[in-house]
Design a protein around this ligand. Structure first.
Ligand code: MG
Length: 253
């Protein structure tokens, strides 16, 4: 069925498949993050990610998705999301790069992203990455559970990022996933607590705070993929796929 106005619920066997696919994706992002260094191209990182996922029995979920050419979205500095891996320019000291990937395992999708620095980075940018990453961990630990509303998640993320003094990109959202990469419900990074869809046990959502160190306004480049900040401020993106279980949230990727 198409999950357009109701969420997907996973049985025990499907949940195990999600855990398996999620572990491939988690390990892949950890591996590729370890390869990030000055002088490497995003295309090389992408090739490493593809080889890793395939070697573990997964399928790169982004490759070919609406025609996207890469296994990873590699977004550098003022690129916010959907950066296309390329042979150049090469990464240099002080850059930051988000590594956003997806895996299909047993026909089920998981989706995750980390942003890392290239060599030594500006301490202010380092704090920005830590803050946004902690916002994701905190919303999962404090808000995400069966019975929570999507608006509770959105409101927590919005308030946290605003407290940090960062721009909250409104046009990009988290989402349900499973049979497809993006399905009901949308999980925005701005919203009102106590509103929206109520999460049931057995569903999965991707939560993905996306923030800038400047204004939150973004535009899409002429390649029709890369989203950039209008004011050229740097942006970061962290994402987990989270199963809603009886005993609480479970990060699968
Ligand atoms: Mg996502």
């Amino acid at each position: 069925m198409a999950y357009t106005d109701t969420c997907q619920i996973f049985d025990a066997k499907q949940q195990d498949s999600l855990r398996h696919g999620g572990a491939i994706l988690r390990d892949c992002l950890k591996y590729v993050a370890g390869l990030v260094k000055p002088g490497i191209s995003t295309l090389e990182l992408d090739a490493a990610a593809e080889e890793f996922i395939v070697s573990r029995g997964g399928v790169p979920a982004f490759k070919g998705y609406h025609g996207f050419p890469g296994t990873l979205c590699t977004s550098v500095n003022d690129q916010v999301v959907h950066g296309i891996p390329s042979a150049g320019p090469l990464l240099k000291i002080g850059d930051i790069i988000s590594l956003d990937g997806g895996v299909i395992f047993d026909n089920l999708y998981t989706d995750a992203c980390v942003t890392v620095g290239v060599g030594e980075i500006d301490p202010k940018i380092r704090s920005f990455l830590v803050f946004v990453s902690e916002t994701l961990e905190n919303v999962i630990g404090e808000v995400v559970k069966a019975g929570a509303k999507v608006g509770d998640i959105s409101s927590f993320i919005e308030k946290s990022l605003q407290r940090g003094g960062f721009g909250v990109v409104r046009t990009l959202t988290g989402h349900g996933l499973g049979d497809t990469l993006h399905q009901f419900p949308d999980v925005p990074n701005v919203g009102k607590a106590g509103t929206g869809f109520t999460l049931p046990v057995g569903t999965m959502i991707a939560i993905e705070p996306i923030a800038t160190m400047g204004r939150p306004d973004v535009y899409t480049a002429r390649d029709n993929w890369t989203v950039l900040t209008k004011d050229k401020s740097v942006a970061c993106h962290f994402e987990h796929s989270i199963l809603i279980t009886e005993s609480g949230p479970e990060i699968v990727a």
